[in-house]
Design a protein around this ligand. Structure first.
Ligand SMILES: [Zn+2]
Ligand SMILES: [Zn+2]
Length: 493
């Protein structure tokens, strides 16, 4: 498993790179690494340390073999290793996008079959299902839009934020390796929720709304907002080599933030019990003035401020994405009305984005309102997270006593994720959600961040929604015909 390493210095220098660079389709775009990668492939150990410090998130992801732990040089010439080096025929895993050598039948990261039909019939498709294209999954997505919000709202306590236009945000340039932050992520989760009868079904949708400039200005600088807006005039553009935009990205980002704001407002005001924002692009790396790490606008930050506008005094943001939410931390590190707690791989600052050490606690009167739980290595799983919840997260969060809880829910710490290298199961995510439910009277909004294994993110997101609070209300329970998974206490209208 690759590790992702970016030094803080290089991060800082990148803050100045918000300017958008237009790229023509077909033009080579990975700016950092082609020479470096070739050099490192020739001299793995000689270049390895420096490479770790210079490559971006995606550069490393696309060249994992450079950094695999079992790739250590033994000094002996080994013909079989040479054979591996010259192997050029690869297949790309449909579930997690990593490249595999042709001899492998199952993906080396997630175990998906080489001939998987996962994209043809949804999350639980058999690897040998007959149909091969994406058309089969489209009716499921269409069903989400056809739902009548008023009718469904009266029968549900959990509100879902989704809009098809967020599927249009996609990398335009044709590269040898697909970008992991891709529209299929939302399609897969939506298909899983539909298959489970959760949505459409037991949950309601809220009408999509694009966030306003005024709302964004409460979180981001005007230069940041303009740098995102200008991408709508370009067919393809890049903020950094791994953070793309197309002509639809600015709209998708406005919708994602708008849905999060409205879900937060609906929950705080009691029109919805809780909510799940099925949104992209993700947001927790986006800071006051920098777009990075696949993130354009900071959806969780926008939601936190919307919750406060609706009456919440104190907001908890719990970030379990495998990467530190450096953007969210930056936005709130001087604000003692928002408690930010993040669990993430850190490894002494060598794991992307490099921030999130335990010593980063907030400042200017907000000391202690930023809590970082940095893992020193990958492979951490349910027991590690539950232990941290019991001994760090819940004691601090309980003392803070939030009026509203936001989960920055990346699912890239899930088992089988190509970037995270951790081991949380769907039941682990459900248990963490359950543990947070008691805080803020169950007023909770879950916002999708990262997560790149389609099967993992689908089963994890579904488990999280199923773990929502179960407020006993006989009448609405009966209306739902429910099994207790999602119950109703309020209506949204
Ligand atoms: Zn895979
Ligand atoms: Zn992440």
């Amino acid at each position: 498993m690759a590790t992702v390493a970016v030094e803080m210095n290089s991060l800082k220098s990148r803050e100045a790179e918000i300017s958008v660079h237009k790229h023509e389709v077909g033009e080579s775009s990975v700016s950092v690494a082609s020479d470096e990668v070739a050099e490192a492939k020739a001299q793995p150990n000689a270049k390895r340390a420096r490479l770790q410090k210079e490559l971006t998130f995606q550069d490393l992801y696309e060249n994992q073999e450079l950094l695999d732990e079992d790739d250590e040089e033994d000094g002996d010439w080994d013909p079989s290793q040479l054979q591996k080096c010259v192997e050029v025929i690869k297949w790309l895993c449909k579930n997690c996008t990593v490249a595999n050598i042709n001899d492998d039948v199952f993906c080396r990261v997630c175990g998906e079959h080489k001939d998987s039909k996962i994209l043809s019939l949804g999350h639980f498709a058999s690897p040998f299902a007959p149909d091969e294209d994406l058309n089969e999954i489209q009716p499921t997505i269409k069903g989400l839009r056809d739902i009548d919000p008023r009718e469904s709202a009266a029968n549900s306590s959990t509100a879902i934020g989704f809009d098809e236009r967020m599927l249009l945000h996609a990398e335009v340039e044709m590269k040898p390796h697909p970008h992991p932050e891709r529209p299929d992520r939302l399609r897969a989760i939506a298909a899983s929720l539909a298959r489970a009868g959760i949505f459409p079904g037991r949950c309601c949708s809220i009408p999509a709304r694009e966030i306003t400039q005024e709302e964004l200005m409460m979180v981001h600088s005007s230069e940041h907002i303009e740098s995102v807006e200008v991408t709508s005039k370009l067919m393809s553009s890049y903020f950094t080599s791994d953070t793309y935009a197309n002509e639809h990205s600015a709209c998708a980002a406005r919708l994602a933030a708008g849905l999060c704001a409205d879900l937060a407002s609906a929950i705080v005001s009691g029109r919805a019990k809780n909510g799940f924002a099925l949104v992209r692009p993700p947001g927790h790396h986006a800071g006051v003035k920098n777009v990075m790490g696949f993130c354009l606008h900071n959806n969780a930050a926008v939601a936190a401020l919307a919750a406060q506008s609706a009456g919440a005094r104190k907001v908890l943001i719990l970030d379990w994405d495998v990467h530190h939410g450096n953007g969210t931390q930056e936005i709130f590190e001087q604000n003692n009305s928002v408690l930010y707690i993040s669990l993430h791989r850190h490894e002494g600052g060598t794991f992307y984005p490099g921030t999130g050490g335990a010593h980063e606690v907030g400042y200017m009167g907000a000391e202690g309102f930023c809590v970082n739980i940095p893992w020193s290595r990958g492979g951490v799983g349910d027991n590690d997270y539950i232990f941290a919840f019991q001994h760090v997260v819940l004691p601090i969060a309980s003392e803070f006593a939030p009026d509203f809880t936001i989960i920055s829910a990346g699912f890239d710490a899930a088992r089988g994720d190509p970037l995270g290298g951790c081991d949380i199961t769907p039941s682990g995510y459900a248990q963490m959600t359950h543990m947070l439910n008691a805080l803020s009277g169950g007023k909770m909004l879950v916002i999708l961040e990262g997560g790149y294994n389609l099967r993992s993110i689908s089963s994890s997101a579904t488990a999280v929604i199923k773990a929502n609070p179960q407020k006993r209300d006989a009448e609405f329970y009966h209306q739902c015909g429910g099994d207790g998974v999602i119950e109703v206490s309020y209506s949204i209208c």
